[in-house]
Design a protein around this ligand. Structure first.
Ligand SMILES: [Fe+2]
Length: 225
């Protein structure tokens, strides 16, 4: 998906509101592709959990940190720091690892290699340190994670797991995180406005491709025979 460039950008708040709408639409489009847990075989459910773990456990805090390093506005920095404090203080990577282990979905080398190319593309993108683009990407990521938690919990449940702290926490706190990132986006646009021809959805496209690989790799959408 590509944001439509316009010759004259609106005021920061209006521009941020327009981006918010586009991000939410991109999340909804992606969620429409997520299969129900009962449409998947046990092996397909295990693969989705394993690939999600591979990407999120090691990269979410890294990418939020890259976003912190990228932004110029004080308000955006404060909002992103709050997010990082929660991630690190409550040890979200460990929470996710418990979820994955309980669903018997520890990543294998096959799972790691399945997402490697798309993961590298997002890593390189985040490392280019574009403040506004990185916030847009992370707002999309938070928005997706929050909505994905319901089907994700169902997949783990069908794998025989009762461990749902990760999905409960992220189904709730990521609503606030997403809203806060939209506020950070408006603050950053105000002092670091992007050029009118910049594609602000470059990271959303790359991250969307990675998430589609998590969800669909190995025939994730095939119906159970
Ligand atoms: Fe988290």
């Amino acid at each position: 998906m590509t944001s439509a460039p316009s010759a004259v950008l609106p005021a920061p708040e209006a521009h941020a509101a327009s981006l918010q709408e586009q991000i939410q639409r991109a999340v909804d489009e992606l969620m429409a592709e997520v299969p129900n847990a009962d449409q998947l075989s046990a092996n397909q459910r295990r693969g989705i959990i394993a690939r999600y773990d591979t990407v999120l456990e090691a990269n979410f805090i890294y990418w939020m940190t890259a976003t912190y390093l990228s932004v110029m506005s004080k308000e955006a920095r404060t909002i992103i720091l709050d997010n990082l404090h929660e991630e690190v203080g409550d040890c979200h990577p460990e929470m996710l690892r418990r979820f994955t282990l309980a669903a018997d979905a520890m990543p294998t080398d096959t799972d790691i290699l399945a997402v490697a190319r798309d993961l590298t593309n997002v890593r390189l993108f985040m490392g280019r340190m574009s403040g506004v683009k990185n916030i847009v990407t992370m707002a999309f990521f938070e928005g997706f994670i929050q909505k994905f938690m319901t089907p994700f919990a169902e997949m783990a449940d069908r794998q025989g797991s009762k461990e749902q702290e990760y999905t409960i926490v992220h189904g709730l706190c990521d609503i606030t995180h997403t809203q806060e990132l939209f506020r950070a986006l408006a603050a950053e646009i105000a002092i670091n406005p992007p050029h009118s021809t910049t594609d602000l959805f470059e990271g959303v496209d790359l991250l969307g491709t990675l998430i589609r690989t998590i969800v669909h790799c190995g025939g994730g959408l095939d119906r159970v025979a």
